[in-house]
Design a protein around this ligand. Sequence first.
Ligand SMILES: Cc1ncc(COP(=O)(O)O)c(C=O)c1O
Length: 374
Amino acid sequence: MALDISTTETSTPVRFLDLVTTHQEIRAELDAIWDNTVSTAGFVGGAELNSFEEEYAAFCGTSEAIGVANGTDALELILAAAGIGPGDEVIIPANTFIATAEAVASVGATCVFADVDPDTMLITGDMIRAVATPKTAAVMAVHLYGQMVDATDVGAACSDLGIAFIEDSAQAHGAKWDGARAGSVGLAAGFSFYPGKNLGAMGDGGAITTNDAQLAAKMRSLSNHGRSLNSKYEHDLLGRNSRLDSLQAAALRVKLRHIDRWNQGRRNAFDWYGANLPDSLVQLSVRPEAEAVHHLGIVRCVGQTRDEVAAKLDAAGIGWGIHYPIPCHLQAPFGGAEGSFPISERLAGEIISLPMHPHLTEDEVLRVCEVVSR
Ligand SMILES: Cc1ncc(COP(=O)(O)O)c(C=O)c1O
């Protein structure tokens, strides 16, 4: 239903993200978790974690899910378990959050950046082929902004090159490519449950999904001090502590029951934006094979500058962000040269993130559209 935006109230603020409403909606279920955890003192491991791992694997369509401490650890543990380290190159998109690159650097491998498609803002098979070398061991494809990469195309490039296809699914809980969910199309996938994510914990959290039982066993061990799966006191591998707390696992179990509905709320908001944004702001394009979950409300500022758009939003009390203003290869630790990845660099100057969350109403989207159309 298209509302008449000329009559829309413009003075009411619109939140960029509304975690308060999300948590109020499930408040009773969350309160019960706290009571149960305090009563049982089951803080690490146990039934809640096991059940969450089973339910999350089922949600993603994989045989295995492993709860870990955060999304960055998830990616790093995948690389470590796959035996990727010094001397290896891992291809990642220049347009991503820095954690993707940090994970590669943390295992001692070299980040090789690739440019992205200008319309989806995601890595493609051609972009991967353009930067692959004999040292390339893997591509960490990022399903950025809630839309999966073209898994058929990226999967084919990885097979041709004989490299591993790893998914950074931190922004894509529940997204699909050709019916397959994020987390199920590569060798393994890392998820973040940072509170603002589509599936967020009440603090930090993460998970790895895979269909490879052997790799899963290694990642589970690495994330728990390299502990032998059969003996509490034997440590087969040099591991670390990257466990998901039971309290977080219990909260994630509650939220998992709501995520499909919440993702639909985001898709509704995306469509309302699509019907009402001015031509000067262009949404990312969603391909027909993709079911996106719109982690962020990204638009490119093409007919007005980003500063102009931001000033209008600020004046109307509307929240906004930029994801991300500096492409990863130009961040200080990676020290790349300007001009190396022109599409990512252009996008970094054009994009702005408009309010996006499951509880955004059509009235609020229309208010944002009216303000940026002025
Ligand atoms: C694309 C991407 N990769 C990795 C991460 C890392 O996740 P975390 O913050 O849980 O370590 C994030 C989230 O912050 C992300 O957006």
